[in-house]
Write a protein that binds this ligand. Structure first.
Ligand code: PEP
Ligand code: MN
Length: 332
């Protein structure tokens, strides 16, 4: 249950009401808001004088629910905004991993040439094998920062575990919580304490309920800037890397208020399928895309098979504009 207290209710009184309702306090626009489990359906009438409004839910999707806030949250990423009434579909592009200065410089120049604003690149990679390239770590973050300074790009990079969460928070404009890291409550709680946007990727075996509840950890901790990212589920199918859950996206659009980003690169796992899948994603009227692009995918140190080369990416981008326009969106 979400309980909005009247503006004149002071902290001491709010704390008392919270205690008696097993709720915790969350401050929104200088107003005390209490949140308790969704199993609570009513409040003792003795508190009526302090209460402005209450919201009751069927399950613990509460702050992220459209029943609470029935438009998509606006999230600002550097100088661009997604969600709200913007109709923006933000193209986030770049390599899977930051590998060298030359490589990330080349990716940054491509983005600038195409008037794109937001560069991705992993520095702490959650690899399936300990013997594969694990990412450049802090050195990679510094290279991303150099690209931000030289080209004015917004940076999104992933946090793999809680040991380097503060480092990633410091160096990025959007913190990406990967599909394997999304259950890490140390990461979620650290991201709840900041106000930078957080992009949470859905685990490949995660239900929509569990996924959105991860967002609730960040939202209820005080950070309203949460973006949800669908990147494919593990199914019986092995010909493609994962199965992009577009039905799940329809659910998220209908029932939740966080901007939605789709990642067709990781879902498909093969570059040949990424353009068609990307157009299908754009047709759903989403808030952003995450596309892996590499100056020379053949030598990429991670996810080589799914990354587009620069000309493939450029060609894809051109084809997205009419698809976006058909659903009243624009690619930015
Ligand atoms: C990535 O974005 O490069 C990545 C590792 O993604 P995921 O967490 O979805 O596997
Ligand atoms: Mn990748």
């Amino acid at each position: 249950m979400i309980i909005h207290l009247k503006k004149e209710v002071g902290r001491e009184n709010a704390e008392q009401i919270a205690k008696e309702n097993n709720a915790f306090i969350f401050e929104e626009k200088e107003q005390f808001v209490l949140i308790s489990s969704s199993s609570q359906k009513e409040v003792n009438p003795k508190f009526n004088d302090s209460i402005l409004e209450t919201f009751v839910f069927d399950n613990d999707i509460q702050l992220a629910s459209r029943k609470y806030k029935n438009t998509t949250r606006e999230v600002k990423i550097g100088n661009v905004t997604i969600g709200g009434e913007t109709g923006n579909t933000l193209m986030i592009a770049g390599p899977c991993s930051v590998e060298s200065e030359e490589q990330i410089q080349s990716s940054s120049e491509l983005l600038k040439k195409l008037n794109l604003t937001t560069l991705r690149g992993g520095c702490y990679k959650p690899r399936t094998s300990p013997y594969s390239f694990q990412g450049l770590g802090l050195e990679g973050l510094k290279l991303l920062n150099k690209m931000k300074e030289e080209h004015g790009l917004n940076i999104i990079t992933e946090v793999r575990d809680a040991t380097h969460v503060q480092e990633v928070i410091e160096y990025s404009d959007v913190i990406q919580i990967g599909a394997k890291a999304m259950y890490d409550q140390g990461i979620l709680r650290a991201c709840a304490k900041i106000d930078k946007p957080v992009l949470i990727k859905r685990g490949f075996g995660t239900t929509l309920q569990e996924f959105v509840q991860c967002a609730e950890f960040v939202l209820s901790g005080g950070n309203p800037n949460v973006i949800l990212c669908e990147r494919g589920l593990r199914t019986f199918e092995t010909k493609t890397r994962f199965t992009l859950d577009l039905c799940g996206v329809a659910f998220l659009k209908e029932h939740t208020n966080c901007p939605i980003v789709l990642d067709p690169s990781h879902a498909m796992g093969h570059a040949y399928g990424v353009p068609d899948l990307t157009r299908a994603c754009v047709a759903m009227g989403i808030d952003g895309l995450l596309i892996e692009v590499h100056p020379d995918p053949n030598v990429a140190k991670s996810d080589a098979s799914q990354q587009l080369n620069h000309s493939e990416f450029e060609e894809l981008l051109q084809t997205l504009h009419p698809v976006a326009a058909a659903v009243n969106h624009q690619i930015i």
